[in-house]
Design a binder for this molecule. Structure first.
Ligand SMILES: Nc1ncnc2c1ncn2[C@@H]1O[C@H](COP(=O)(O)OP(=O)(O)OP(=O)(O)O)[C@@H](O)[C@H]1O
Ligand SMILES: CC(C)(CO)[C@@H](O)C(=O)NCCC(=O)O
Length: 367
């Protein structure tokens, strides 16, 4: 298979004109966020101010750009308004199974494709054509890994390094999608996969517990707080237990966390004295570390050397990625490698987009 030339397009905040012609639009409606991918064709230089990532310029027989947007699921009306405002631009999508029908379809995945079926029908007159969430995640990840240049990277000690992916040596790998909850999928090829594990301690836990503990108004605010925090205020370290020294016989340095939030049991401090930034940092560390460890154990379980992390929880956040990498590498000693994806939050939406052609997304783009 030849490599498609797909690169980041320019993102100009001034130009917020609607896309010239939207030929396909797909959505992934998750527990927390709605992710949207749409294709605009022609010489369209417009970028919507809501776009989450720079559009991907697709230079194949099908010239155009892939656009990436997100909405909060709790504000689904914003998503409906967006689609409604672009409705006249949407090509008439006919369902393969009902070619004669005038009904408009949108490919949709995620739990919300089931939950909001009636809402889309009633408010927009659009039928959601449902695609399986795990199918879509795998298709989206395979597309990004095989087609988009400089997509996968490692992140350790503040150092980011792109990973060149060899198409002939991509499988098997573990895909860890950190959304509200976490799914772990062993991927053996296009459409060949098994969901081998998961955990309910995920992005929803960080945002939910974080909100309870810090009274933060938004996820971005909680993430921003974590930048300024110090996890040592709340986390009990090995050194706190061992009088400042390492437990070297067991490979535990004095700075290793022995017990997340373990210091909050202290009676020397009032609960109000704990700062939101320190709470946010410890919470982010706890959840990222836990996911990294479970991912490593699953990689070990199936002898997988590569773990790709996706999902909107990551948000390209340095501390999150660093913690996940350290958790994977602590035990695997480099045997299993943790990698991240540039378009981490859009795997499912990309997979749903690909399903318009009932074949691979790279096949679609080479139409
Ligand atoms: N602006 C934001 N608002 C809310 N959550 C955000 C935001 N940015 C990142 N997140 C994080 O991303 C998580 C949701 O990720 P994602 O969109 O991949 O999952 P989802 O599809 O909503 O969940 P699931 O797949 O479990 O249904 C949230 O739980 C939160 O941790
Ligand atoms: C339920 C889904 C698949 C919905 O996206 C996701 O939130 C998830 O994988 N949760 C974790 C469920 C578990 O395996 O414990």
């Amino acid at each position: 298979m030849d490599r498609r030339e797909v690169e980041s397009g320019r993102n100009s905040p001034e130009s917020n004109q609607p896309a010239a012609q939207i030929s396909r639009l797909a959505i992934d409606i998750g527990g927390s966020l709605i992710k949207m991918v749409y294709f605009s064709s022609g010489n369209d230089n417009s970028v919507d101010y809501r776009e989450e990532k720079s559009p991907l310029a697709v230079s194949t027989a099908l010239e155009g750009k892939l656009h990436f947007l997100k909405f909060e699921t709790s504000k689904i009306n914003d998503c409906l308004d967006f689609i409604s405002s672009r409705k006249q631009l949407l090509g008439g999508w006919k369902h393969d199974d009902h070619p004669g029908s005038d009904e408009k379809f949108i490919k949709a995945t995620g739990g919300g494709a089931y939950k909001f079926t009636n809402l889309f029908k009633e408010k927009l007159g659009i039928t959601l054509d449902k695609e399986d969430e795990m199918d879509c995640l795998v298709t989206g990840a395979n597309f990004l890994l095989k087609t988009v240049q400089r997509e996968a990277f490692t992140y350790m000690d503040g150092h980011e390094e792109f990973v060149q992916i060899d198409h002939n040596d991509l499988y098997p790998y573990l895909l860890v999608n950190i959304g509200s909850g976490v799914s772990m999928i062993k991927v053996d090829g296009d459409g060949k996969y098994e969901r081998v594990s998961g955990t309910s301690v995920g992005g929803g836990t960080f945002w939910g517990l974080g909100r309870l503990l810090t009274k933060c108004k938004s996820f971005d605010e909680l993430l921003e707080l974590s930048h300024r925090g110090n996890n040592r205020v709340l986390d009990m370290l090995v050194g706190d237990i061992y009088g400042g020294t390492d437990y070297s016989k067991m490979g535990l340095s004095s700075t290793t966390i022995a017990s997340s939030f373990g210091k909050a049991i202290s009676r020397d401090k009032e609960l109000e004295d704990y700062k939101p930034e320190d709470i946010s940092r410890s919470l982010l560390r706890l959840i990222s570390n836990n996911i990294g460890q479970i991912a490593y154990l699953n990689a070990l379980r199936f002898g997988l050397k590569r773990i790709f992390f996706g999902g909107f929880f990551i948000r390209g956040h340095a501390y999150t990625m660093d913690t996940i990498s350290v958790a994977v590498h602590f035990w695997s000693k480099g045997e299993a490698k943790a990698m991240f994806l540039r378009h981490e939050g859009f795997l499912g939406a990309l997979g749903a987009f690909a399903s318009y052609e009932k074949r691979n997304l790279d096949g679609l783009l080479s139409n």
